[in-house]
Design a protein around this ligand. Structure first.
Ligand code: GDD
Ligand code: MG
Length: 350
């Protein structure tokens, strides 16, 4: 069985982080995000190949994953000439497929039991099966209403507040029968959420839902990107092959000077230097080879590799791309997002 990972979006809501790093490979505790999805797909022995459907900065992703042999799963790349939308991308990537296929949005992190979803799809002889998950505010997602027998009754992408009728949303994980793909146009962008799924409902076809109530997040905004790190540090999500971050992690190859203070849970990666008098507070994530200088204070910020935080600077819950330089005594508050190589002058306040 093949899995198609939709990883061609531009990641606009995560800009400026995604200017040089496509969303599928933004680091989560030093590992590219796709690693976590590949780990999940590997749990289903039946899945023998992942097709990465790409459009934006495909080279960066191909270089990271090659043929997949290092990751224990065959990986193939399909690069669209133009963004074809979520349905167009599925058709473009899956046109030659004849067997049931699993489709995944490239920005969701979850522990859903994929094998159970595939079983349900087969038991119900469905043309399409979708994973749903409850959220507090469905407006940023695809709202999905179901019948008591688990069939999808209505699909409404990005509902306005007055259109919300239930709390279950599209989790971005589908099992599909490729014989439906020829309904998707090939020349223009086509949306799986706005066009393909509603058309299945209109035709009364077997479109069923698997409701998953465990861990699920879409990492596509700075708030959610920060949230996923907190969730892991709090032990709400634990990923295989990631250093024990449930209670924080201090790399043995990091150097924390004796009178620096580190309060967990936080994550300090290899090659990091924390100088005397500096303080790293809970939920901070300090990427490889970053330096935090004397008396600086990092309170819940995420630093990508090779950042430097100057003396007495203070960072709240901000996100800093690679090679950022924060000058001495600068103050950066919660919510600030800096692109790679940003330089913040001494005494600045952001
Ligand atoms: N190849 C390709 N081509 N991939 C695309 C394209 C395209 O033209 N457009 C989007 N994608 C990929 C994105 O990279 C992402 O992985 C996935 O498709 C979903 O796109 P997003 O832009 O992240 O959509 P969203 O988060 O607003 O909404 C989607 O996900 C929600 C769950 O997180 C929808 O599927 C919602 O219904 C759903 O609730
Ligand atoms: Mg998304």
């Amino acid at each position: 069985m093949k899995a198609i990972l939709l990883a061609g979006g531009k990641g606009t809501r995560l800009r400026p982080l995604t200017i040089h790093t496509p969303k599928p490979i933004v680091p989560i505790f030093g590992r590219p995000f796709l690693d976590y999805q590949i780990d999940l797909l590997k749990q289903v022995p039946e899945i023998d190949e992942v097709i990465l459907s790409l459009n934006y900065q495909p080279r960066r992703i191909e270089e990271s994953y090659g043929d997949g042999s290092e990751h224990g799963l065959k990986i193939r790349y399909v690069v669209e000439p133009i963004p074809l939308g979520t349905a167009g991308a599925v058709r473009y990537a899956g046109d030659s497929l004849r067997d049931t296929v699993v489709v995944f949005n490239g920005d969701v992190l979850t522990l859903v039991d994929l094998a159970a979803v595939i079983r349900l799809h087969r038991e119900r002889r469905a043309l399409a099966t979708i994973v749903l998950t409850p959220v507090e505010n469905p407006t940023a997602y695809g709202l999905v209403e179901t019948d008591p027998d688990g069939r999808v009754r209505r699909f409404l992408e990005k509902p306005s507040p007055d259109e919300i009728t239930c709390d279950t949303i599209n989790a971005g994980i589908y099992v599909l029968e490729p014989r439906t793909f020829d309904r998707i146009p090939t020349e223009t962008a086509w949306s799986i959420e706005r066009s393909f799924f509603p058309s299945l409902i209109e035709r009364g076809e077997t479109f069923v839902a698997h409701v998953y109530r465990g861990y699920w997040i879409d990492i596509g905004t700075p708030e959610k990107y920060l949230q996923v790190h907190r969730d892991v540090l709090d032990g709400r999500f634990s990923a295989p092959n990631t250093p024990a971050v449930g209670h924080g992690w201090l790399s043995p190859d990091a150097r924390v000077e004796p009178d620096a203070r580190v309060d967990g849970p936080c994550f300090i990666d290899e090659g990091v230097v924390v100088k005397a008098g500096a303080h790293i507070g809970p939920y901070s994530v300090v990427g490889r080879h970053s330096h935090v200088e004397e008396q600086a204070h990092v309170a819940g910020a995420i630093l990508w590799p090779n950042c430097r935080v100057g003396r007495e600077a203070s960072l709240g819950g901000a996100i800093l791309g690679r090679h950022c330089h924060v000058g001495r005594n600068a103050t950066i508050r919660d919510g600030v997002v800096l692109g790679d190589k940003s330089a913040v002058t001494d005494y600045s306040r952001l």
